[in-house]
Design a protein around this ligand. Structure first.
Ligand code: NAP
Length: 247
């Protein structure tokens, strides 16, 4: 019997990077995985095939989770097709980095809608069924930037810090109902989001990290599985950052 056999998991932004590693990590432990994507259908279908090859069920469902109505349709379809959601990993996220002086209202709202309001959108529809079944694991992928701030990242840092406050507050409201709500705060992880940085910026970041390397997406997947298994952890941030920021 695998650790997460019988569990139904939703991973937003599961087509690439950290989300794809998390989806595979959950599938490896026996969960059925519903992989949400926005644009990367082919990549999402590849992850579905990889999970099926491990012997678990997986499907890919398109939805722009910054859109409340599209998210409602997506989560309701997941509930209708699979009967329940046990694990919700709110991973989808974007950056639109600019110094505050240059940042447009559009860049502010796009990041807040995608990285923060999306989590309200998914939880709003998924939580009632979790409370009804008296079991749920909500895991929000925040960032070290939400804790330490980031130059040119007022939008991103506000959204990621917002996730921490959101998670602690929702954890208080659901603690008696069998639903835990936690964050993971990754440091710099080797995905397209970080690979897209200019090489000199990436090298400077690596030099700042006490472990002198980027993290691997699998590390975040291991953290997600740990939180899924934990019975007594709620309202917490799991910091996976190579020592970059110590609380
Ligand atoms: P990534 O490689 O750029 O992948 C982003 C994922 O989010 C993709 O699967 C993308 O789907 C999805 N996505 C974006 N907008 C979406 C939307 N509106 N609706 C649905 N899906 C959407 O990013 P990553 O590095 O894996 O980051 C994943 C999460 O970890 C993000 O929340 C990020 O902020 C956080 N994080 C990353 C790092 C890092 O160093 N990489 C550090 C700390 C925190 P499509 O391709 O299908 O559009």
């Amino acid at each position: 019997m695998k650790k997460l056999s019988g569990k139904i998991a939703v991973v937003t932004g599961g087509s690439r990077g950290i989300g794809a590693a998390v989806a595979k990590g959950l599938g490896k432990e026996g969960a059925t995985v519903i992989i949400n994507y926005n644009h990367s259908q082919k990549e999402a279908e590849t992850i579905v095939d990889e999970i099926k090859a491990m012997g678990s069920l997986a499907v890919a469902l398109q939805a722009d989770i910054s859109d409340a109505e599209a998210t409602k349709v997506f989560i309701e379809k997941a509930l209708a097709d699979f009967g329940k959601i046990d694990i919700l990993v709110n991973n989808a996220g974007i950056t639109r980095d600019k110094t505050f002086k240059k940042m447009s209202f559009e860049e502010w709202h796009k990041v807040i809608d995608t990285n923060l309001s999306s989590v309200f959108n998914t939880c709003k529809i998924a939580l009632p069924s979790m409370l009804e079944q008296k079991y749920g694991r909500i895991i929000n992928i925040s960032s070290v930037i939400g804790q330490a701030g980031g130059f040119g990242q007022t939008n991103y840092a506000a959204a990621k810090a917002g996730l921490v406050g959101f998670s602690k507050s929702l954890a208080l409201e659901t603690a008696k109902g069998g639903v835990t709500v936690n964050c993971i705060c990754p440091g710099y992880i080797a995905t397209e989001m970080v690979k897209a940085m200019p090489e000199n910026v990436r090298e400077a970041i690596i030099a700042m990290v006490p472990m002198k390397k980027l993290g691997e997406p699998d590390e975040i997947a291991k953290g997600v599985v740990f939180i899924c298994e934990s019975e007594y952890m709620t309202g917490q941030c799991l910091n996976l950052n190579g020592g970059l920021y110590m609380l």
